[in-house]
Design a protein around this ligand. Sequence first.
Ligand code: SAM
Length: 298
Amino acid sequence: MNQHALFDDLLDKLSRKLVLLPDKPEETPESTLRALWMLVAGEPMSVASAMNRELPDLDASQQEELDKVIQRRLDGVPLAHISGRQSFMGMELLAGPQALIPRKETELLAASAIDILRQGKGEGEVRVIDVCTGAGNVALAIAKAVQHARVYASDLSEEAVSLAQMNTEMHDLSDRVVLYAGDLLEPFRNLDLQGQVDMITCNPPYISSAKVPVMASEISEHEPEMAFNGGAFGINLMLRLIAEAPDFLCSGGHLVFEVGLGQGSAMRKQVEKFPDYARVNAVEDAQGETRVIVAQLS
Ligand SMILES: C[S@@+](CC[C@H](N)C(=O)[O-])C[C@H]1O[C@@H](n2cnc3c(N)ncnc32)[C@H](O)[C@@H]1O
């Protein structure tokens, strides 16, 4: 079969059979096919990158391999686990079952953090802690965009930290991004960072435990539960973070964290209960939903 006919044929199959989730809006039948095509051609890449590439011709064994990876995807394996890649803020990252696949929606958190840091105190070093770092996406996006930032990143999952370490090395950012394994801010207590940090960022697990059993199996069966299960109301970690962050932030420092749909106003009220914070702002997504809370220390 010629390559154009093969592409059209497979695109038709994916258009009819592929189940797409709203939390990965960049995945379409076409972008999926392009990413899988590039994978079997020997160049694994995210859908974002694959959309900009001319597809090479595939030989017979690569075509056979393409059928197999398409079937894995139709069986519900996340695309990023098959390709091993995901794009975040224009950065090509390694992805895998060790950590949550970075989501497009979390770019609002990274972009909000970067905006604040860029408006900040000139070119002197700024210290950022990124907790719940997962694959390291938020930490690395900040380090790449803000050259004078030193980022301390951590996660409770050692597997996630290993993946974040690989991403840090792949982007040549090991001199400004250091990784630790541990519970929330615990890894930083021995580093004398109390009162020294300009910003803490976090994309916490925020799905309530009751909702976990009814989540799409593509997520619940393939991504680590620790990455999305946020306890009884989905807010356990956020409440701890709001209470513990002031120990580490310097005067005027910012806590910037992602919230789940519908959690924004409750989290804003939680921040307002703490007199340590002088200001709290909500950042809305394109649909007008609060998805990021920014709290500034007095
Ligand atoms: C929603 S994921 C975010 C991952 C990544 N930052 C991102 O934006 O895609 C939440 C992360 O929090 C981590 N985590 C869960 N409980 C934690 C805790 N008590 N302390 C530190 N990290 C935790 C999980 O392992 C997971 O990597």
